[in-house]
Design a protein around this ligand. Structure first.
Ligand code: GLN
Length: 233
């Protein structure tokens, strides 16, 4: 039985024109749809360049090229986003979004920029880009996706990664992303929440504060098949 929830869950996809490579905007669609399947009224709001950031329960940041990434960081640092996250709003970030939320990040040519400082993480520029499959062990679950970035991300001592890298680079070849209370981040594109529906549910559960009943969608079946295939390799 789906639980009926009166309040609206607002999910805001931030700056999709700048941070929207590899269909990362699809993460918002997945969260909204999986919330609705459980009887939660979800509203998905794209926030364009010239728009004010609305109140939302979940903010999404996607990947982007170096130039748009810097511009997105500038725009987000001058608005209310940082305060909203400090006040407890949830963020789910991918790649460039992951780098922006940290203390600093470097772009090609090694120019260093100040990040939003919401997470104790620093990204320097590696000698090579990491392009290809990314597979991460997150507890009992597998996170699958692909990466395309030049960053090497180092987490501060108190900052936990999202999981351990089984294939690909993620932050540094050993771990991927981070999870700090209300902030989730990974280097995986996909969109990653379409490839890993369990992760979408984990984000929703953390916001809603209760366990969601399973759904049996095509995405869930494909995820199970992918895991079964990978375990046979
Ligand atoms: N511009 C960043 C890099 O190349 C992030 C790329 C991305 O988001 N895919 O490292």
């Amino acid at each position: 039985m789906a639980r009926e929830v009166g309040a609206v869950l607002t999910i805001a996809t931030l700056l999709p024109d700048l941070l929207g490579t590899y269909g990362d905007g699809g993460n918002g669609l997945v969260l909204a749809q999986r919330a609705r399947l459980r009887g939660v009224h979800a509203l998905l709001v794209p926030v364009e360049l010239d728009e004010k950031i609305p109140e939302a329960s979940i903010y999404l940041l996607g990947g982007g090229e170096d130039g748009p990434q810097r511009l997105a960081c500038d725009l987000l640092s001058s608005g209310s986003f940082v305060e909203k996250v400090k006040d407890g709003a949830t963020v789910f970030a991918v790649c460039a979004g992951l780098q922006i939320l940290g203390q600093s990040f470097s772009v090609e040519g090694n120019d260093k920029y100040q990040g939003l400082g919401l997470v104790d993480a620093e990204t320097t520029r590696g000698a090579t880009r990491s392009v290809g499959e990314l597979r991460v062990r997150v507890g009992e679950k597998l996170l699958v996706g692909f990466e395309n970035h030049g960053g090497h991300t180092t987490l501060g001592r108190g900052t936990s990664p999202i999981g351990d890298v089984l294939r690909g680079r993620g932050n540094d070849g050993a771990v991927d992303g981070y999870r700090t209370g209300n902030i989730w981040a990974t280097y995986a594109h996909g969109p990653v929440l379409a490839l890993n529906p369990w992760l979408a549910d984990a984000v929703l559960e953390s916001v809603l504060g209760y366990e969601l009943e399973p759904v049996h969608s095509v995405a869930d079946r494909l995820y199970a098949e992918r895991c079964a295939t990978l375990s046979r390799r």
